[in-house]
Design a protein around this ligand. Structure first.
Ligand code: KG4
Ligand code: ZN
Length: 358
């Protein structure tokens, strides 16, 4: 069965076609980064309006690219949450209208389930069970994944997400939006040892994170350096960026390793926008490899938001028998706030009880 999937939860419009037997057929994507850049962050109303402009042309394009006709499509998937309400409404209403017009089933998809399963879009696919480190602009979570729909939360951030820590620190350093990639580029030429920044909760026994203190530490450093040096030089900024990146990456890596130790699982999957970070990839590969484990990353283009992961997650749920494929009435809701546990079938949470650290 061919499923068309729509993603519009934030600042990327994505449309994709996934076949339950053959995998990804095609995907198209438009990023609104250039539009939001001058405001220093996502402007929700502008995001919604741009999704409206892009979604139909992207749909035509993806059908053309894959050589797929409307009659070939068997189901319609869309991100129903979490995300920006107005932005979600665009994808949801287009998807539901499509499904209604073609008398097809519509499958609401949880955005984080899309990220969680996105590493399965690459070869080799990780086998279940695996630990997933989900690191995006809005989320930082460690999950145990026992199968499609079997997710258990092991730990999460108590305040800012890792992507937010990148973005906010970058802003304090006067870098553009989005801050993560900009800070990471700048850090390449810097020395992480010059500014020793805090690694919050690095040694806490749980698998939770906290990044808001790091942002405050960066702010304090920037203010102190401006006082003593005036305008900050490129070298100084590069060192500060490298120090910040190292602090975030060290904490993410340490907690991910702790999660592997705690669950006894040897496969780690990294998903979400921050998963594109080169330093994080390198450090995790090294540290997990050293312990005889393996790390799986989605292809770079599927790290940040995209339609492929949404159509793909829907296809996996269909294959696992988790979706009712009878076309229903097409009244729908979006869920700007939505707990991932709501899309889980019971199970895996039972065997995540802490087993203690080795
Ligand atoms: O998953 P995503 O595209 O959107 C959300 O669902 O949030 O993640 C976006 C986040 C932003 O905070 C962005 O700065 C961060 O991912 N990001 C990076 C890199 N590429 C994107 N952070 C660090 N290094 C990168 N290379
Ligand atoms: Zn995302």
């Amino acid at each position: 069965m061919i499923i068309i999937g729509f993603e519009s939860s934030c600042d990327e419009t994505g449309v994709a076609l996934v076949c339950t037997e053959r995998g990804l057929l095609a995907h198209t994507l438009h990023s609104q980064i250039d539009m939001h850049r001058e405001y220093g962050g996502v402007v929700p109303e502008l995001a919604s309006r741009d999704h409206i402009r892009r979604i139909i042309p992207l749909t035509r394009q993806v059908l053309y690219q894959a050589g797929v006709g409307l009659d070939d499509i068997g189901a319609v998937a869309y991100t129903a949450g979490p995300g920006l309400a107005g932005a979600l409404l665009v994808g949801a209403s287009v998807a539901q209208s499509f499904a209604w017009a073609r008398q097809l089933p519509a499958i609401p998809v949880h955005h984080l389930e899309g990220h969680l399963l996105s590493p399965l879009l690459a070869q080799p696919q990780p086998e279940f069970p695996f630990v997933a480190l989900l690191v995006s602009g809005g989320h930082t979570q460690l999950m145990r994944v026992d199968g499609v729909g079997q997710y258990a939360l092991l730990g999460e951030t108590l305040d800012d997400a890792a992507g937010e820590a990148f973005d906010k620190s970058a802003k304090l350093m006067g870098l553009g939006y989005p801050g993560g990639p900009a800070l990471s580029r700048l850090a390449e030429g810097g020395d992480p040892a010059v500014y020793d920044l805090p690694r919050p909760m690095l040694h806490s026994r749980d698998l939770d994170f906290s990044f808001s203190g790091l942002k405050t530490a960066v702010l304090t450093r920037v203010r102190a350096l401006e006082k003593s040096h005036g305008q900050l030089s490129d070298t100084l900024l590069a060192d500060l960026a490298a120090g910040t990146e190292a602090a975030i990456v060290d904490v993410l890596a340490a907690k991910a390793i702790k999660a592997l130790d705690k669950t006894g699982i040897r496969r780690l999957v990294v998903a979400g926008g921050v998963g594109a970070n080169r330093h994080l990839r390198k450090q995790l590969k090294h540290e997990v490899g050293r312990r005889g484990g393996k790390v799986y990353f989605p292809p770079l283009e599927f790290c940040t938001d995209n339609g492929a992961m949404i159509a793909f997650a829907a296809a996996q749920r269909v294959k696992a028998g988790l979706e009712d494929l009878n076309p229903r009435d097409h009244a729908f809701t979006i869920r700007p706030r939505w707990d991932l546990q709501d899309v889980c079938i019971a199970a895996s949470s039972t065997d995540v009880s802490p087993v203690g650290f080795p």
